[in-house]
Design a protein around this ligand. Structure first.
Ligand SMILES: Nc1ncnc2c1ncn2[C@@H]1O[C@H](COP(=O)(O)OP(=O)(O)OP(=O)(O)O)[C@@H](O)[C@H]1O
Ligand SMILES: [Mg+2]
Length: 435
């Protein structure tokens, strides 16, 4: 017979050997660095410009970054910093190459969510983040999933749980409880509001003093930052129930939304959330903070079935919030009920030649109408393999596979991104001015 003490002993045993196991199985060469992009990619795929026009512009202005010539000798290869400098300085037909960004608005926030495991959430989030960065946007990704797939893909493998969504939530609890207590003591009417006491085990963690920037980590992509996750952050699902008990007035679902409101509007263009395969405290925070909901689903019947359950349960959870918190509307920029600028379903792992997939795509369109994206993300070998190596097709060097395989994989994510971008730009108009 075994109890929690045995589990605890096994865990201690594991911790003792963790460093050694890591050394044996996790090679330091796996540290992520971002490759350079060839002049072909920069001109035709990134700037959508004729290659010879691009070469002409480089030749005409020697002060422009010139990239590096690699041993194959034919192409120049540019770092993303160089690509971004070129983007700022070159014009195409007198038009700026900078991507559209409305003035006076904060970053667009999009959650990639579904409670079906393996639906393709992390793959979609990773590719949208990379495609947006190549398009010139500054991106922040927030990993709400303690499986930390997206964090690992971004090269963030050494993460302390204090600096995850769990830390953001605990910090918010401390700050919100302080705010409510100050409000209670400031109330001069005879009916004093209750003072809430948090136990020292929570207040002594020092999370209340963390600054907004403390949670944000750099990645190998110069214009992508991340708030990563780690396995220990799974505890937030258990701890949050206790936190709510300690302060029932705490609007637990808005913790991350309030946190993101403290980031300067101009710091990012897009904030992308990768969600865990569950409806829980973390995914509710993601959904509540999101302006756009992107729901990936595989192309099979059971995935359709579980996507339907997901939106049903999400609807109920959001309705409960609106009801439960109506009277004590918390501060910050949040309001209830939660309003989304856009909700989209995106089919993933789609095979265009598969009759069953086509039928499911038609069914999705029939049921969800314009909420279904026109371009499903196709099943691709390159990405199937990248699953193991945790790289996006944008990070892969096309010389490492057949050009056709790479083009196909990139093409399907490019199409999904372009549609996402159009949706995002339209949604930005619906977002209230922050100025
Ligand atoms: N378009 C695609 N083509 C080929 N393989 C894919 C594609 N999208 C996802 N996969 C593979 O399917 C698996 C699950 O994908 P992913 O991790 O993105 O799903 P998820 O919804 O984030 O899963 P979880 O629910 O565990 O978070 C991975 O091995 C991934 O490589
Ligand atoms: Mg995932």
């Amino acid at each position: 017979m075994y109890t929690h003490q045995d589990l605890s002993a096994l865990r201690n045993q594991s911790l003792k050997l963790q460093g050694w196991i890591r050394q044996q199985t996790f090679s330091p060469e796996m540290e992520k660095t971002l490759r350079r992009f060839s002049s072909w990619e920069v001109s035709e795929l990134i700037f959508q410009m004729n290659q010879s026009t691009f070469r002409g512009k480089l030749a005409a202005d020697p002060s422009l970054p010139g990239g590096e010539v690699e041993p194959d000798g034919r192409q120049r290869w540019f770092s993303l910093e160089e690509v971004n400098e070129l983007r700022r300085r070159i014009k195409a037909n007198r038009k700026s190459l900078m991507p559209p960004r409305p003035a006076g608005k904060r970053a667009m926030r999009a959650a990639v969510a579904n409670f079906k495991g393996g639906a393709g959430k992390s793959t979609v989030a990773l590719h949208l983040a990379h495609a947006a960065a190549l398009d010139g946007y500054r991106v922040l990704v927030v990993d709400f999933d303690p499986q930390a797939t997206l964090s690992h893909s971004m090269g963030l493998t050494d993460v302390a749980e204090d600096y995850t969504v769990w830390g953001i939530m605990a910090r918010d609890l401390i700050r919100e409880t302080d705010r409510m207590n100050n409000r209670a003591s400031a109330a001069e009417s005879g009916t004093a509001l209750p003072q809430r006491q948090l136990p020292a085990s929570i207040t002594d963690m020092g999370l209340g003093d963390l600054r907004v920037a403390d949670f944000i980590k750099k990645t190998s992509w110069p214009t992508i930052d991340a708030i990563p996750s780690c396995a220990n952050a799974a505890f937030v699902e258990f701890a949050s129930a206790q936190y709510r008990h300690l302060n029932p007035e705490w609007s637990f679902f808005a913790a991350v939304s309030r946190y993101l409101d403290q980031i300067p509007d101009e710091a990012y263009d897009l904030i992308l959330f990768d969600c865990p395969p569950a409806i829980g405290y973390q995914s509710m925070n993601a959904v509540f903070a999101a302006d756009m909901l992107y729901i990936p689903s595989g192309p099979g019947y059971w995935e359709y079935d579980s996507t339907t359950s997901f939106i049903g349960q999400l609807a109920e959870a959001l309705e409960d919030l609106a009801y439960g918190f109506d009277a004590t509307l918390p501060t910050g920029k949040i309001s209830l009920p939660k309003v989304f600028c856009e909700i989209r379903f995106l089919l993933t792992r789609y095979e265009p030649g598969n009759a069953l997939h086509q039928a499911m795509f038609d069914a999705f369109k029939q049921v969800f109408g314009d909420h279904v994206t026109q371009h499903p993300v196709e099943m691709t070998r390159a990405v199937e393999q990248s699953g193991r190596f945790l790289s996006s097709v944008y990070e892969m060097d096309y010389r490492d596979m057949t050009r056709e395989t790479w083009r196909r994989a990139r093409g399907t994510f490019d199409n999904a991104y372009k549609e996402f971008r159009d949706t995002m730009i339209a949604a930005w108009d619906k977002l209230e001015d922050d100025a």
